[in-house]
Write a protein that binds this ligand. Sequence first.
Ligand SMILES: [Zn+2]
Length: 212
Amino acid sequence: MLGANDGIVSTASLIVGVAASDAGRSSVLIAGVAALFAGAMSMAAGEYVSVSSQLDTEKADLAREKSELEQQPDAEREELVRIYQARGVERETAASVADQMMAHDALAAHARDELGMSEATSARPLQAAMTSALTFTAGAAAPLAVVPLAPASMLVPVVAIVSLACLAVLGALGARAGGAPLGPSILRVGFWGALAMAVTAGIGSLFGTVVG
Ligand SMILES: [Zn+2]
């Protein structure tokens, strides 16, 4: 969802900026296609790097926890007892829970209750990178598809309106998925999308006048 938003905003802004500089339709199209691929690759690379380093950190944390459990099991048990006490459990009960948890799977208990890891957070870099690139591409395709279809003189407003409509739909879908009210969500994505396009359109027409 976030990737699609990025794809719409960055590609639409670029298209609007280039179009506002009085570039021809083919230049606008080339710039838009380049923006789509550049954005998708950069999303994938960024996501891969960030998820990989998250994974490295998780692995290092688990390895450290494992060796601590082997070398100082009493201190580790005490750590867990204090964690359960801090959550509002009496000392005796906390000690009994810690003992049973550690007898069952000590490393899993520490990973979950001390490090805050769950199975669900175990990240997959390649999958995350692919997902980011694909959602970005899907978003970027919307404003790009408008370029060959819109009348040349209307390129800027048509791309802007189509993009804002897509952003509004995404905002509504996101809000509905999260059970949040639709209005604020739609206004938020609409505002930032409109701002981004207005800024690049302004810069595009300024540079178009100066350079052209
Ligand atoms: Zn521990």
